[in-house]
Design a protein around this ligand. Structure first.
Ligand code: GLU
Length: 320
């Protein structure tokens, strides 16, 4: 009899543990390659969210992915709840334009924007590339399909009237592979739309003598003046080995997006985890150091704000 009682008590305890666990809600954040900054954005948000699991029962993971376009598509398909995406691709996905023509996603919702991402071109010093023009006839890693840089590269080529055929070779290596490819002389240059400093460009510039390349000119000026999600961008000199001068290019913002299908309380908890611990968040990567709440809730967001984010920003008095 005594034995029986113990057994059933154990069963009750096990059952209630199971129930508590089954109330846990899992959220997944799409990021990018592990040598980029999106991965750190996702990991940092999850770290802050998971500190509060006992209170809100949310458990967050942020796996590595192909980047912006892959993240938006995963959210659209319901495979992921949230993700990081370039401001240009947030705009096009929501409006059904450019690569998203006929394939728009009007349930896409903005949460906040994060760091700036200059369109970054890095060439081997021995490749004789000082301006973007010099890439004609070179071997260039244009980025993996699904990445923001691959898609924005298409926009740049289009604006210049070039095609992929203008390169001797256009490879589609992942960000984690591109530094080694440059170092091994398998490509002359790599293209990456990314926050600075980041692991990939750091690895490349410390492995092989290489130079950041300017991207300027009337076609780029036009891209910037015609599209609100583009802006002039500078990569400060001295950030990477053998690159003492500032590099002038154009850029986008990294933005954090979700779907209107994701419940309001989930987005509210994620947003409060970030902004209640904002100094800690900003300390998690040098590209976050100068973030301000004000810019994050306005810049780069072209899809409507998710109601969960809006609720938090209103409570803080940041929006009407
Ligand atoms: N901007 C890149 C993309 O959209 C990712 C950069 C990063 O991983 O930090 O694919």
């Amino acid at each position: 009899m005594k034995m029986l009682k113990t057994a059933s008590m154990t069963a009750v305890i096990a059952l209630s543990a199971q129930m508590a666990q089954s109330q846990e809600r899992f959220i997944t954040i799409g990021t990018g390659g592990q040598t980029g900054v999106y991965y750190v954005v996702g990991q940092s948000i999850c770290r802050l969210v998971n500190r509060g699991t006992a209170d809100h029962n949310l458990r967050c993971t942020a796996p590595s992915t192909g980047g912006s376009i892959a993240n938006i598509n995963a959210i659209k398909q319901g495979d992921m709840d949230m993700g990081v995406a370039q401001s240009d691709w947030q705009h096009h996905a929501y409006n059904g334009t450019s690569q998203f023509e006929g394939d728009g996603y009007d349930k896409l919702r903005a949460v906040f924007s994060v760091h700036g991402e200059p369109f970054t071109v890095l060439a081997r010093a021995d490749a004789g590339v000082t301006e973007f023009e010099d890439l004609k006839g070179k071997r260039v890693n244009v980025g993996n399909p699904g990445s923001g840089q691959r898609a924005t590269m298409d926009v740049v080529l289009n604006a210049l009237g070039w095609t992929m055929d203008d390169f001797a070779m256009a490879s589609e290596l992942q960000p984690t592979e591109q530094a080694a490819a440059l170092g091994d002389n398998n490509v002359d240059a790599i293209v990456y739309t990314v926050g600075h400093p980041n692991g990939s460009i750091q690895e490349a510039t410390s492995t092989v003598e290489s130079r950041l390349v300017n991207l300027t000119g009337p076609e780029i000026d036009e891209l910037i003046s015609e599209n609100p999600y583009y802006a002039r961008a500078t990569i400060p000199g001295g950030m990477y080995a053998n690159n003492e001068e500032d590099t002038t290019t154009f850029g986008v913002k990294a933005t954090f997006v979700t779907s209107s299908d994701v419940p309001e309380d989930v987005v509210y908890e994620v947003v409060s985890a970030v902004f209640e611990n904002f100094d800690r968040f900003k300390g998690l990567h040098p590209a976050f150091a100068n973030l301000t709440e004000e810019e994050m809730i306005t810049d780069g967001n072209s899809a409507p704000l998710h109601p969960g984010a809006e609720k938090y920003y209103r409570e803080r008095g940041w929006i009407e």
